[in-house]
Ligand binder design. Structure first.
Ligand SMILES: [Zn+2]
Length: 83
């Protein structure tokens, strides 16, 4: 059924598309698809760069890694002085 699409079937579909739409329109369609894909993947890369958090928060304990909040001077779990 749907999984049995052989390469020759895709070729036939492509030929039919070229005949129906014309080579110029298909070229334009491919170009605009490529441009959208490039813009999309570029946006994803930019979003991933912005979303990556630092490995540890600035006020996390160096000994146990527990986050103690902005105003704490000592770790709430082990009592070690915070950086
Ligand atoms: Zn600690």
């Amino acid at each position: 059924m749907f999984g049995a699409l052989q390469p020759i079937h895709w070729l036939i579909i492509l030929v039919v598309l070229v005949l129906v739409l014309g080579p110029g329109r298909l070229q334009g369609l491919g170009r605009s698809l490529g441009q959208s894909w490039r813009a999309l993947s570029g946006g994803f890369r930019e979003g991933a760069r912005e979303a990556s958090p630092p490995a540890l928060p600035a006020r996390a304990c160096v000994r146990c890694g527990v986050w103690s909040g902005d105003m704490a001077s000592y770790c709430t779990r082990c009592g070690a002085p915070l950086p």
